[in-house]
Design a protein around this ligand. Structure first.
Ligand SMILES: [Fe+2]
Length: 178
């Protein structure tokens, strides 16, 4: 059973503010990639799509003199840490199961290692799927953060993805009941 849908997440003011800041089109593209990848890697599609949709919710704006300062960003960015906490709070508020909220928050935390000291991270399958989904939609120079999408189209795409996830569960429960 799903506790929270992607459309519910989309409609929340926190998502509207912070996911729009880092790029709604990118977030939705990643959620779609995560759905496909979840199937390949045997990961739960509900959690994978939510984590992929919210993975950049922690971005801060690094402007200096009205222009984006990439050096400042690279040096001081902690968007994965901030996003993990923000995604968790949002999910809990909307009624997500605390176990799933924690798993999604951890996948957001580990979707990039750009802010971590050098070392080797061993990702679990859900975390791996979310990191892969992000990589698949990345464009050189961070262009993926600036692609535009209308609210109407964004909501429609997420509604369709919600339906795909629902049918995945329906098909699975049919398989188990036969
Ligand atoms: Fe991203």
């Amino acid at each position: 059973m799903r506790h929270v849908t992607l459309v519910q997440l989309f409609d929340h003011p926190i998502t509207q503010k912070y996911v729009k800041r880092s790029g709604m089109a990118h977030a939705i593209a990643c959620a779609y990639h995560a759905f496909q990848l979840a199937n390949v890697h045997g990961v739960d599609p509900d959690r994978a799509t939510k984590a992929a949709f919210l993975h950049d919710i922690g971005h801060y704006t690094w402007y200096r003199n009205g222009k984006w300062d990439y050096d400042l960003y690279k040096e001081y960015d902690i968007h994965a840490i901030k996003g993990s906490e923000r995604a968790h709070k949002l999910l809990i508020r909307l009624g997500e199961h605390p176990k799933f909220a924690k798993e999604i928050a951890l996948a957001v935390l580990l979707h990039t290692d750009s802010y971590l000291p050098k070392g080797y991270l061993e990702l679990n399958p859900l975390q791996h799927v979310v990191a892969l989904a992000d990589n698949l939609d990345e464009e050189p120079g961070g262009k993926h953060h600036y692609r535009k999408i209308t609210d109407e189209r964004a909501r429609d795409l997420l509604d369709r993805l919600d339906q795909k996830i629902n049918s995945f569960y329906e098909n699975n429960s049919m398989k188990h009941s036969m």
